[in-house]
Design a protein around this ligand. Sequence first.
Ligand SMILES: CSCCC(=O)C(=O)COP(=O)(O)O
Ligand SMILES: [Zn+2]
Length: 215
Amino acid sequence: MPERLYQEEKQRAVNVLNDLKIKLYNKGWFPATSGNLSYKLHDDPLIFAVTTSGKDKGTVSHEDVMFVDKDGKPIEKTRMKPSAETMIHSYIYKKTDAGCIIHIHTPNNNFISYVYAQDSKVKIKDLEMIKALDIWEENSEIEVPIVENYFDLNKLAQETGKVINPKVPAVLIKTHGIYCWGRNEFEAKRHVEAFEFMFELMKNLILFKSTKDIW
Ligand SMILES: CSCCC(=O)C(=O)COP(=O)(O)O
Ligand SMILES: [Zn+2]
């Protein structure tokens, strides 16, 4: 690819991630520097833009996004450090058709991951919002996998990769957060908004009915 077009694509990826980051920050979904985002530039070899580690997601600077390969290594010399969870993004890109990945920590996704952790999955059904995941069958049910929050981030990435169900664009990490993706930034945002809506509702049903057997 000519250098100029490549630079334009990289700038577009930076703009997409910064725009998405601010929109989601304004919903309160990146508290205390938590969360990260990525956007795929190239499939084979895998190259993606990813947010840098430990940054306040409510601000935009020239050091918020960088470019890495399949091993999470920078593709060009830089002082910046990629997200500590970059390898989770890499496994998701390898195992799915994702073009954009969103990771957020919220009280609702942490609550649901905690309540259903023993089952290693959480079932969602009877909710109109499932259609926002592009699932249109009548009486559809989905199961979102839940992985342990392994301290070793390479193990966490591998285990996340293992439980991915290509029909369900999300994985929950117990008392940590959600990884959610789509083929592009529009789809990834729609999916994460849908999951957060459904998890909040489910949390309220669990508390209202005093049982995790809400369906
Ligand atoms: C402050 S939250 C702990 C780290 C984390 O889980 C996260 O999502 C942010 O890590 P990053 O390296 O991407 O800033
Ligand atoms: Zn995290």
